[in-house]
Write a protein that binds this ligand. Structure first.
Ligand code: SAM
Length: 221
């Protein structure tokens, strides 16, 4: 039976489930308590924030899974909301997405620095709320130098699809979106990396959300 009372894509619920499972498994693998691991996450929230506000290129230790959890915990929902806001309010963009989907049967999206899954969440919420009556096919190409992000991206996708299954049934034709994804762990500042990537520049949409600010120092005022 489909649960029609469930709300639309809920960032905090999806991210919360991903975070809880991740902290638990990291605590176990490091032989520390859940509480100690959680404290480390909170420390990263503070130190990352100081880095982003430093006026220099921030040094964020995304290699550490607890740092990635801090990003999921503190930032992803806010940025996903921004992505959703942009798609909802930019009529030209919305029409382009609809027309491209009508013409090609899917939208190819390249997310620079899209490792955490923010772009997926924001677009999922925007499309689900529109209640189009057919699944929009989203094919993501993620470019992010931290390959470990793939784990949480996949985890977000699975939690989201689990909810779709409960809410709309097992037939994906009744879901608001169907998602596929490729992940390229490259440094986007290195032109050599792009040489091996084939069709990067043949996508329909390119999203650069809070990635440029991690690459350059702020311009002097
Ligand atoms: C502030 S996060 C933004 C994540 C997401 N786009 C969002 O809006 O929440 C920056 C992302 O860019 C990635 N990144 C930073 N420098 C990069 C580089 N030179 N090449 C590839 N990815 C990079 C980081 O791993 C991280 O996932």
């Amino acid at each position: 039976m489909h649960d029609k009372s469930m709300p639309c894509t809920n960032y905090f619920q999806i991210i919360g489930e991903v975070i809880y499972a991740s902290i638990d498994s990291i605590a176990q693998s490091r032989h520390i308590s859940y509480e100690s691991a959680h404290k480390e996450v909170l420390k990263y929230l503070v130190s990352n924030s100081a880095q982003w506000n430093s006026g220099r290129q921030p040094i964020i230790k995304y290699e550490d899974p607890l740092c990635r959890i801090a990003y999921l915990y503190g930032i992803v929902s806010v940025n996903a909301n921004l992505i959703e806001f942009i798609f909802r309010n930019d009529q030209e963009l919305s029409e382009f997405v609809d027309q491209t989907h009508a013409d090609n049967g899917q939208i190819n999206i390249c997310a620079f620095g899209g490792g955490p899954g923010t772009e997926l969440l924001g677009m999922a919420k925007w499309l689900e709320k529109r209640e189009l009556g057919y699944p929009v096919i989203l094919d993501f190409l993620i470019l992010d130098q931290i390959k470990e992000w793939l784990e949480s991206w996949q985890s977000i996708q699975r939690k989201m699809e689990f909810r779709f299954k409960n809410h709309y049934g097992v037939d994906r034709a009744n879901w608001p979106i169907n998602v596929s994804r490729g992940f390229c762990p490259i440094d986007i500042t290195s032109t050599e990396s792009f040489g091996n990537l084939g069709d990067v520049f043949g996508q329909d949409l390119y999203i650069l959300s809070y990635v440029v600010s991690e690459i350059f120092d702020f311009a002097p005022t």
